[in-house]
Ligand binder design. Structure first.
Ligand code: PLP
Length: 450
């Protein structure tokens, strides 16, 4: 029964990003099955999953071709590694397919099992690149406040989550941060184009403060996800690119959320107009069915590492895991077959943008943002003045509670309510989601005005 699950759960299972004591009091919601864009809990409630799990189930739940690929591969060869000049067919096939779907500068992949491991790999790989080129003083990597790049020591250091930095003595040395391009906080009333350029200029300021000869790379998510779906102005990324080029520093695009169709192109950097030297990915590469991540290594870096680098002393037991790679191949082929990237770009992405724009008339909604099939609704106290709610009211959490109670999973980042539903979502399912969102907003409004 649910109660038995909850008792065993709180007795033995330390959940990530969870207050252990509160979980023991309240008990977890136990999710038992899923199909398409829906989940069911152990009490039989049907829930629309507007977060694709953790931004990852791009093709939706229950796709038979992924299940078959895993089963076939487990029978044939459940594991072999890629160390010491060995390889398996699925790892090779996936490498070839990734070279086909990523931007043209990418021909090589280094595998991991998660986004965090991929971003850890970045720290070692970019420093190795500069070492090989005889510039070992280029150690500093610049990230952004409120960026999220994972939970390992290096991943959490590259990210700019203050709550994470407060635990465990982060960031590790030689990682620094600039402000995020969030107009509501840092560019109120500004023309978006001018704000994008201003926000990008903070990178140049930081490079000059650190000393250009010490900077190895800049890393950013095309659209900050866990930071609250912060969609930057159009001018931002081209300007970031220009600054990286000017100082010769490597540009790393963290595509863990934005990759594999989320923004209406295969990769978020294509939507945002940058040409990164390296890209990290995870999540959508297998639609979360099994863990897999990696780094796409652009020609600039690959040439140096391959021709002059010798052995790269780095790797994971599961780098190129054959079952994970077989599932990824099936997943990418399904994205191609269902034309999900086009579906997001030409159909459901613009439709979601229209529907979100329609929420602006709601008394709680201060602004809305969308990019492809991800979006955010900012809840504010006073629309006319653009005043936020006091933090201690936790209005986002109140709204999230009403979503959960109503059969909808939405995430709250402060007072930003965010979604990233499976890419297979249809227009009529968007209508269904919008009705649930409106209900949750009305219930939240009733709470804050009572
Ligand atoms: N990078 C981004 C942009 C993410 O959103 C995440 C996870 O949410 C990560 C990295 C870390 O990925 P993982 O949880 O697979 O380690």
């Amino acid at each position: 029964t649910t109660k038995d699950w909850q008792a065993a759960d709180s007795a033995h299972f330390l959940h990530p990003f969870t207050d252990f004591a509160s979980l023991a009091k309240k008990g977890s919601r136990i999710i038992t099955k899923a199909e398409g864009i829906y989940l069911w809990d152990s009490e039989g409630h049907k829930i629309l999953d507007a977060m694709s799990g953790l931004w990852c189930v791009n093709v939706g739940y229950g796709q038979q071709s992924l299940i078959d690929a895993a089963t076939r591969q487990m029978k044939e060869l459940p594991f072999y590694n890629a160390f010491f000049q060995t390889a398996t067919p699925p790892a090779i096939e996936l490498a070839e397919l990734l070279a086909e779907v990523t931007p043209p500068q990418f021909k090589h992949v280094f595998y991991s099992s998660s986004g965090s491991e991929s971003n850890d790999t970045i720290v070692r790989m970019v420093r190795r690149y500069w070492d090989v080129l005889g510039q070992p003083e280029r150690q500093v990597i610049i990230g952004r406040h409120n960026g999220y790049h994972g939970s390992t020591m290096a991943g959490a250091s590259l990210g700019g989550m203050s709550g994470m930095h407060a635990q465990g003595g982060l960031p590790i040395p030689n990682i620094v941060h600039i402000q995020q391009p969030y107009a509501f906080e840092h560019g109120k009333g500004m023309d978006p184009d001018a704000f994008g350029k201003l926000a990008a200029s903070w990178l140049e300021e930081k490079i000059l403060a650190v000393g250009p000869e010490k900077v190895a790379a800049f890393i950013g998510e095309p659209v900050q996800g866990a930071g609250g779906v912060i969609v930057p102005p159009k001018s931002y990324w081209p300007e970031i690119q220009r600054i990286c080029d000017k100082y010769g520093i490597l540009l790393v695009s963290d595509e863990v959320i934005c990759g594999f169709g989320r923004t209406g192109n295969w990769f978020g950097c294509e939507t945002m107009g940058s040409k990164p030297d390296l890209m990290t990915f995870a999540k959508g590469v297998t639609s979360g069915y099994v863990p897999l991540g990696g780094v796409m290594v652009g020609e600039r870096v690959a040439k140096v590492l391959i021709e002059q680098g010798g052995e790269f002393n780095h790797g994971y037991t599961y780098s190129g895991h054959p079952v994970a790679c077989a599932v990824a191949v099936a997943n990418i082929k399904l994205i191609q077959q269902l034309k999900l990237v086009e579906h997001v770009r030409e159909d459901v992405g613009p439709y979601l943008a229209e529907q979100f724009a329609g929420l602006r008339d709601h008394p709680l909604v201060g602004s809305v943002d969308t990019c492809g099939l991800m979006g955010a609704i900012l809840l504010v106290k006073d629309k006319a003045k653009g005043l936020p709610f006091p933090g201690d009211l936790e209005v986002g959490m109140v709204c999230r509670g009403h979503c959960f109670g109503n059969g909808l999973i939405m995430r709250a980042v402060g007072d930003r309510m965010i979604i990233a539903p499976p890419l297979v979502m249809t227009r009529s399912q968007i209508d269904e989601m919008m009705a649930l969102i409106r209900q949750a907003l009305d219930l939240t409004l009733a709470d804050v005005t009572s």
